[in-house]
Design a protein around this ligand. Structure first.
Ligand SMILES: [Zn+2]
Length: 242
């Protein structure tokens, strides 16, 4: 089976990348980084959990980005579980993004796909129509609150309807597993091993999926690439995997 990394086209410069992706998506709420008492690393991942947080005191605590020493971090995680009525064994990671995402557009020239962060894919509703119409799997469609950002252009029209593709499919690569990607068993910090092929036996057959629990890389099936190309969608690239 041929798989593809789903990403943005190659841009010549950072300026070109910004111009092709004139969007900022943020919730303003996240689990801070953690200073591990065992491995000594200060680290944060980049999962987007987008759990709604309405409690004002908790929102204030989650609006601070400075990393916390492990004990304080664990206490915060415990408080979040309690306030959000999550099960005791719900595992947070440093850097987990909580809250509701808001997209801010810098221009009104919006392509079909937007790539604000590695692995984060925002799409226009015509892409959603194809995903739903063709029953593509491994993806949840999250409608975004969209507003115009500060800019010189006058925009009298309402902003376009945008969705974030929340990837739910999972897979592993040959030779990787939770044990050998875990760099520190104390804090759960993981590493991404050098590239190896997808292990089809441990792939959940989704059209969209993450490998080795890495939210920054999105893998898709040939069908996805063919459909998107057929519709002439803009600002995406399918890179065949070895
Ligand atoms: Zn650690």
């Amino acid at each position: 089976m041929q798989f593809y990394k789903f990403t943005h086209p190659q841009y010549e410069t950072d300026q070109d990348a910004d111009k092709a992706n004139p969007i900022r998506v943020s919730t303003g709420l996240q689990m801070p980084g953690m200073i591990c008492s065992s491995c000594g690393e200060i680290w944060a991942g980049s999962r987007r959990l987008y759990l709604a947080v309405t409690d004002l005191a908790l929102r204030r605590r989650l609006g601070v980005v400075a990393p916390l020493p492990e004990r304080e971090w664990m206490q915060l995680a415990q408080d979040v579980r309690q306030v959000l009525s999550l099960p005791e064994d719900f595992e947070f990671q440093p850097g987990d993004e909580l809250g509701t995402p808001i997209a801010e557009l810098k221009t009104n020239n919006i392509p079909d796909f937007l790539h604000p962060f590695p692995g984060q894919i925002i799409v226009q509703s015509r892409v959603v129509d194809v995903i739903m119409g063709e029953n593509l799997t491994g993806v949840r469609l999250l409608p975004l609150q969209v507003r115009w950002g500060d800019g010189k252009q006058v925009r009298s029209n309402p902003p376009p309807i945008l969705f974030e593709l929340v990837i739910t499919g999972t897979g592993w690569r040959v030779d990787s597993n939770l044990e050998n990607i875990t760099a520190c068993t104390h804090c759960g910090r993981t590493i991404f091993l050098k590239w190896s092929p997808i292990d089809e036996a441990r792939w959940d057959s989704s059209d969209f999926f993450h490998v080795d629990r890495n939210p920054n890389i999105v893998i898709v099936t040939e069908r996805v690439c063919a459909l998107f190309a057929q519709h002439h969608f803009t600002n995406f690239l399918c890179v065949p995997l070895p």
